[in-house]
Design a protein around this ligand. Structure first.
Ligand code: UGA
Ligand code: MN
Length: 237
């Protein structure tokens, strides 16, 4: 199966650094298609040139977020879902898995091996999220996900960060009306609101040694402090 990694990205000082680090990771992953969606009115040459130079298989999209929505990157993710639904059909023989991979996280290569054979939705722990060293899934003796190990909003049906799950492409194609809600969803509830419409808890496939290993980290790149001048603006593009 092909892994479709969906990455929203937006202009900021550290953007090129983040995308460079991420593309260096993805270059090690076989059979991966990177769908990069810029939060911008036009596609920028910074992102376009970077993508071209990587040699990765990619699709470059853009949609600008102009409203104050609840969750960063969601309009961009929805456009990528639309692209998948426009380009593939449930009846195709294409096998795929969809993963929402933000541009600032840290991804181990093992993670991609774990997610590749997802039947419906696979899940695993995420480092530095859920107000914990890592947020995780509870797995029972039968190897089924029975709940969550989180501090933040533990009553969520799917108490998981965006980086903690992957979805079979056919499920995305068959549930063609399931998208991220842009409004009326409280902060941190985006993932559960989306997943609730796709699967039930008993459908989940625990990965990463029954959710005991951390293979992805919700890292954040801080803005470098005290930057006096951007100097030659071309250095970024
Ligand atoms: C957490 C979750 O890990 C995100 O998946 C979720 O979208 C976000 O919270 C949220 O609910 O707002 P966090 O690290 O706080 O993530 O968010 P960012 O990494 O700043 O943004 C998530 C993605 O959206 C990134 O790929 C970022 O480049 C992109 N983004 C961010 C935009 O496209 N536009 C923006 O204005 C901001
Ligand atoms: Mn982030």
């Amino acid at each position: 199966p092909t892994i479709y990694a969906i990455t929203p990205t937006y202009k900021r000082l550290v953007q090129k650094a983040d995308l460079t680090r991420m593309s260096n990771t993805l270059l090690h992953v076989a059979n991966l298609h990177w769908i990069v969606v810029e939060d911008s009115e036009n596609k920028t040459s910074l992102v376009g040139d970077l993508l071209r130079k990587t040699g990765l298989k990619y699709t470059h999209l853009n949609v600008h977020e102009t409203e104050n929505i609840t969750s960063r990157g969601s309009r961009q993710r929805n456009l990528a879902l639309k692209w998948l639904r426009d380009n593939f059909s449930v009846n195709d023989s294409n096998e795929g898995v969809v993963y929402f991979a933000d541009d600032d996280n840290t991804y181990s290569l093992e993670l991609f091996d774990e997610m590749r054979y997802t039947k419906k939705v696979s899940v695993w722990p995420v480092g530095f999220t859920g107000e914990m060293r890592f947020a995780s899934c509870k797995v029972n003796e039968l190897g089924k996900v029975s709940g969550w190990v989180v501090v933040f909003a533990p009553n969520r049906r799917f108490a998981i960060d965006m980086a903690g799950f992957a979805i079979n492409l056919k499920l995305i194609l068959s549930k063609s009306d399931v998208n991220f809600r842009l409004f009326n969803v409280s902060r941190g509830k985006q993932e559960t609101t989306f997943l609730q419409r796709l699967v039930t808890l008993s459908d989940l496939e625990p990965k990463a040694a029954n959710c005991t290993k951390v293979l992805v980290w919700h890292t954040r790149t801080s803005e470098p402090p005290n930057i006096q001048s951007l100097g030659d603006p071309n250095i970024e593009s």
